[in-house]
Design a protein around this ligand. Structure first.
Ligand code: SF4
Length: 200
């Protein structure tokens, strides 16, 4: 059975004794998978309507203590204000299409903000790569961070499967993207990466 607390060796004494005995601390640091996390999931009021989605902050506190988290808001880093008009993707290919020049992102006002959102995706990738993130935990539904679903571009609250621009670019560049509803999958993914024997 997988040890679901392996990502916190302090709570798993057997594994801690083992890793401490064979690995110097700097190796443990190198093995540790870092995670790019949407700033709104950590309680920062950076969403378009100046709200947050901090329901995960408690679950993520342990990883924060372990310095695994890189907290980032792609839209803010690209210079978009808070609050801002909601935006949706107009592309059959979702965020992937937009990043390949085959779609647009528009605000509810009708303003084309494609370039801002493309920049937000590139900045998310840079933040992830510069900090050595191997995974990302992103807020679903967003035209930037969405990974399981986005909205259909008509501003009527209609969901459709697809990714936002940052989730699409991170995935394309080999970073494993999980939505805020996939926390358990991310825990398993990290346990398997850091101790592959557990999955045998
Ligand atoms: S861009 Fe991502 S991190 Fe920023 S508010 Fe939107 S969902 Fe949250």
């Amino acid at each position: 059975m997988p040890c679901t607390v392996f990502y916190n060796p302090g709570e798993c004494s057997l594994l801690k004794r083992y890793t401490d005995s064979v690995l110097p601390p700097q190796c443990w640091e190198m093995m540790k998978n870092k995670i790019l996390v949407s700033a709104c999931l950590m309680g920062f009021k950076v969403r378009y309507n100046a709200s947050e989605k901090a329901q995960m902050a408690e679950q993520l506190a342990l990883w924060q203590q372990e310095q695994r988290l890189v907290i980032h808001c792609p839209e803010l880093s690209a210079g978009l204000p808070v609050p801002r008009s909601p935006a949706e993707i107009l592309s059959a290919g979702g965020g992937t299409g937009v990043m390949h020049g085959q779609g647009r992102i528009i605000e509810k006002t009708g303003k084309d903000v494609t370039a801002h959102y493309q920049l937000s995706a590139w900045l998310a990738l840079r933040a992830a790569q510069e900090s050595g993130c191997t995974a990302a935990l992103l807020t679903d539904g967003s035209p930037t961070c969405g990974s399981q679903f986005i909205y259909d571009g008509c501003f009527r609250g209609q969901r459709q499967p697809g990714m936002g621009v940052a989730a699409a670019l991170l995935t394309e560049q080999g970073i494993a993207v999980f939505s805020d509803t996939q926390f358990a999958e991310l825990v398993d993914w990290i346990a398997e990466k850091e101790n592959p024997e557990l999955s045998l």
